[in-house]
Design a protein around this ligand. Structure first.
Ligand SMILES: *[C@@H]1O[C@H](CO)[C@@H](O)[C@H](O)[C@H]1NC(C)=O
Length: 313
């Protein structure tokens, strides 16, 4: 069967345990609550930053962008999973599957680039403070982010178009949750070598090398923070970088758990890891960034409680 002109139906069954109705209900409420927490958390972050002129600095605008991406990211996958858990019909169409793949790849890549941009921003702010104003001008930030968007969506398009050339033979009942790269490749029966080569090369250029630079820049940042006391707001710098590092570790750790393994070892366990990077990471980001950040507390308080909050503080 060729991908392009067939009407295949892939059934995505969320793990074996979910075949019993009670388990499906538990999973349904679990995913629904994670989805709602993610949406509310990220919308609050976007609103808090958007409405507080004091937070219109590159660092917070990048954070709002990350929340925006995460919002789309979970909306691409979780609602379909919720429908699957509730209905007897767990099928996803060929077009639906490729659409999900397209957004999944594009948005993971965009998340990745946004995290890199955030690391660069912190690096310049802490290690090159004198250059910060010129290096992170509003125009440049918009340029940088537009570039990230264009590259990410072109990359998603490229991989999806390559996928349309693959022939799929099933098995059509699949214990996976989303249509992502490895799930589709595990259904393929034609030669997928080209996709692998593209995946390895782009994986290096988009994920490995940048995350290496990112780790290096955080090492520099920590060295600078721990160095001779020149900056007054050292503690603050350290706590924002600690949150960045937590998010970065969570994102790349869970991605690595899934994709740093050969395809033939891909199993149901990996679909749990998929849920980690596709659902849990976007849910955790708002908490990690706002939990210990006084500026975010202030903005969130003003957003939620209005003037009453200002009188309190
Ligand atoms: C993303 O960042 C740009 C540039 O810093 C900013 O203008 C824009 O408002 C941000 N987007 C969101 C959703 O906050």
């Amino acid at each position: 069967m060729h991908g392009g002109n067939q009407s295949w139906v892939l059934e995505l069954i969320l793990m074996k345990i979910s075949e019993s109705p009670e388990d499906q209900q538990i999973l349904f409420w679990m995913f629904l609550s994670m989805y709602l927490v993610t949406v509310v958390g990220n919308v609050l972050i976007i609103l808090a930053i958007g409405t507080d002129p004091r937070l219109h600095t590159p660092m917070y605008l990048f954070l709002a962008n990350l929340s925006f991406t995460d919002l789309f990211f979970v909306t691409n996958t979780v609602p379909k999973t919720l429908v699957n858990l509730q209905s007897q019909n767990k099928a996803i169409s060929y077009a639906g599957c490729l659409t999900q793949l397209y957004f999944l790849v594009s948005l993971v890549t965009l998340d990745n680039f946004t995290l890199i941009t955030m690391a660069y921003d912190r690096y310049v702010a802490i290690c090159r403070p004198l250059h910060y104003i010129t290096a992170m001008s509003p125009g440049l930030c918009i340029l940088l982010l537009s570039f990230c968007w264009v590259i990410s969506f072109l990359y998603g398009l490229t991989l999806t178009l390559l996928m349309t050339r693959v022939t799929f033979c099933g098995p059509w009942k699949s214990h996976y949750i989303f249509c992502e790269m490895y799930v589709l490749l595990s259904l393929a029966c034609s030669n997928t070598q080209l996709i692998y080569i593209v995946l390895i090369i782009t994986g290096c250029f988009f994920f490995f090398i940048p995350s290496g630079f990112m780790i290096m820049s955080y090492v520099w940042i920590i060295k600078t923070i721990l160095g001779p006391p020149s900056a007054s707001s050292k503690y603050k710098a350290f706590s924002t970088c600690a949150s960045h590092l937590a998010v970065v570790t969570l994102f790349y750790g869970t991605l690595g758990m899934v994709y740093l393994k050969p395809l033939h070892t891909y199993s149901m366990k990996d679909s749990v890891a998929t849920v980690m990077y596709a659902v849990v990471t976007p849910m955790m980001n708002p908490f990690i960034y706002s939990l210990r950040n006084k500026d975010m507390h202030g903005a969130l308080g003003r957003l939620l409680l209005g003037k009453a909050f200002q009188n309190l503080t």
